[in-house]
Write a protein that binds this ligand. Structure first.
Ligand SMILES: [Zn+2]
Length: 298
């Protein structure tokens, strides 16, 4: 799932390369991804319109294509957006392809066909699930330590991992960066929000700002094509079995509410009594029942 640093990079790229381009044709290859609130077939509705605005809103990428129409994209678990500059360089699993007047194409690809593309009249975003219920953006000036605690105070029984992942509380933290944030803050993912100490709130807030800012820089510095998800800079995410970069303990993976969570059992000790002692190595024959991919739909 692209997260905020990925989406900021995609948005910046598209503003430089696609903004102002006119759509000459729109192909809908996988009708299951389209939510058409306009009625006109996609190809008919978009033909000859110019992309005049590109924005992100939580996990959504919004393309303004006229004074009255918007294309809102949620790439979900495995969707990718590709700017195809050469005819023979298309990614596989194209669901929607916008042909642009400079000969390039903007492709929305998803092997799982879970991505969603909404064609809506401007202002009619109420038809997009989750669009109007998004929480605060972590780069907003209104996102302060006090605001984080105020929002969390409404959910004292929520595990902190689920809390920072909840799009109605914070709009922009997915699974990968949630793990990195809790590692930086040295907080166990299952800690209940209501039991965090004042110094832990300070660490958590600082980690959110720092990890997300570092992520933005790392993704920008990698200069990859926009369909590549940059994760090399991550310290615990998808690093089960590797040594913790802080203390050398073995990074573990656990399921939290059905999703994979990566953490260091030494740097992020459990506050509550837990049934599994994560500091012990797993039995050699223990089945690893968790899913190997690690992201969740937004
Ligand atoms: Zn550690």
């Amino acid at each position: 799932m692209p997260e905020l640093p990925d989406l900021l990079y995609i948005c910046d790229y598209l503003r430089r390369h696609v903004l102002g381009r006119t759509i000459t044709a729109a192909e809908l290859r996988q009708p299951v991804v389209l939510r058409n609130a306009v009625g006109d077939p996609l190809g008919h509705a978009l033909k000859s319109l110019t992309i005049t605005g590109i924005h992100i809103h939580g996990p959504f990428l919004r393309l303004t294509v006229s004074a009255t129409l918007e294309l809102v994209i949620n790439l979900m678990l495995a969707g990718q957006i590709q700017h195809q500059r050469k005819p023979d360089r298309a990614l596989g699993h194209i669901c929607v392809s916008l042909h642009l007047d400079d000969g390039t194409r903007l492709n929305i690809c998803d092997q799982q066909k879970m991505a969603k593309v909404y064609l809506v009249h401007t202002g009619n975003d109420a038809v997009i699930p989750g669009f109007r219920t998004l929480g605060i953006n972590v780069f907003s000036p209104d996102f302060t330590p006090e605001e984080l605690r105020r929002r969390a105070a409404e959910h004292p029984r929520m595990q902190v991992r689920a809390l920072i992942n909840d799009r109605t509380i914070l709009d922009s933290i997915g699974n990968a960066y949630a793990d990195e944030i809790l590692f930086a803050a040295q907080i166990h993912p299952k800690t209940l929000a209501g039991t965090l100490h004042p110094d832990e709130w300070v660490r958590l807030y600082g980690a959110i700002r720092d990890v997300m800012s570092d992520g933005v820089r790392a993704v920008a510095d990698a200069r990859q094509p926009i369909h590549i998800k940059v994760r090399d800079h991550m310290r615990v995410r998808n690093r089960k079995g590797s040594p913790c970069p802080r203390c050398g303990s073995t990074i573990r993976r656990e399921g939290v509410r059905g999703y994979d969570v990566f953490f260091c059992p030494t740097c992020q000790p459990a506050r509550r009594r837990v049934f599994i002692d994560w500091k012990q190595p797993p039995p050699a024959n223990s089945p690893d029942t968790l899913r190997s991919d690690t992201d969740q739909p937004a």
